[in-house]
Write a protein that binds this ligand. Structure first.
Ligand SMILES: [Zn+2]
Ligand SMILES: [Zn+2]
Length: 280
């Protein structure tokens, strides 16, 4: 698993998840910092139309069209359906880049819609959009990545390993196992604190954390570290990555966040420092 990102509230945000070649949001300097890796991107999921999340898209498309790299691959862009700002911006990009040498596909998507990333017998993965609470005028989404996995059926979980092996030999492994969708990653987008139901069973939670001090938040459109730490307690989250942190905390960020580390026990805590490339 590899995650690369850059994020500073109000200025820019983009997070690249390489196993699935997904870029979440496309703020400024995404193509500058990703360099020729822009050709690796297959899907771009836009959370909403605020400029710090989309301003790098034009440059990314232009770079991919003109730099040295493979233009044979499609680029798919997904965004909340009905988001006028994004629609007009994408139309503009298409207009000024009318000679695109690669296939640019744009998909407006609905709340709850699932987008298949891969679907083979062994490996099914998909992204699911969910609506989040941000500003009044802006339709905003977060995104989950799901992977289909197998587990032992409930009624067999108390059996000994020996009995399970016997059953599997007699009836086949499909008899004792069931498929389920495991939430492997959640990207919050810009939002007030996410609901517990969205995050309790995810493995990697990438949550926006604009405010490191609750008193600095004036409206209910962004999250604070205090609330996020409370949210993840008792969940299955293994890795928590905070991003979209305000630049006002740049100097004391390590100190503030270290104070929360003990509170979340086993969960690994990471954060995207404003003005610094994040790599995991
Ligand atoms: Zn933002
Ligand atoms: Zn925003």
């Amino acid at each position: 698993m590899n995650i690369v990102g850059y994020s500073k509230a109000l200025y820019t945000t983009w997070i690249y998840y390489s196993p699935e070649r997904i870029l979440f949001d496309a703020g400024e300097c995404v193509s500058t910092l990703m360099n020729n890796k822009v050709y690796a991107i297959k899907h771009i999921f836009l959370s909403h139309g605020h400029v710090d999340h989309i301003s790098g898209l034009w440059s990314l498309i232009n770079t991919r069209n003109n730099a040295m790299g493979d233009r044979g691959k499609d680029l798919n862009i997904y965004y909340p359906k009905g988001n006028k700002g994004i629609e007009e911006y994408l139309n503009f990009i298409r207009k000024v880049n009318s000679d695109l040498r690669f296939n640019l596909k744009v998909f407006p998507i609905e709340d709850g819609e699932e987008i298949i990333l891969r679907n083979s017998n062994q490996n099914k993965k998909f992204v699911k959009a969910f609506k989040v609470k941000h500003t009044q005028s802006e339709k905003s989404f977060g995104y989950h990545i799901f992977e289909e996995r197998k587990r032992l059926k409930e009624e067999f979980r108390n059996l000994s390993q020996e009995d399970i092996t016997k059953l599997a030999r007699t009836y086949g492994s499909d008899y004792i196992t069931e498929k389920y969708n495991s939430k492997i990653l959640t990207f919050s987008g810009d939002t007030y604190l996410l609901n517990k139901t969205e995050v309790e069973d995810t493995e990697i939670l990438i949550h926006e954390c604009t405010f490191l001090n609750k008193e600095d938040r004036k409206y209910e459109n962004h999250a604070t570290i205090e609330d996020i730490v409370e949210l993840v307690k008792g969940t299955k989250v293994k890795k928590l990555i905070l991003y979209h942190i305000s630049g006002r905390y740049s100097r004391k960020i390590d100190k503030i966040i270290s104070e929360y580390k003990n509170e979340i026990g086993e969960i690994e805590l990471y954060y995207v420092k404003p003005d610094k490339i994040f790599k995991l």
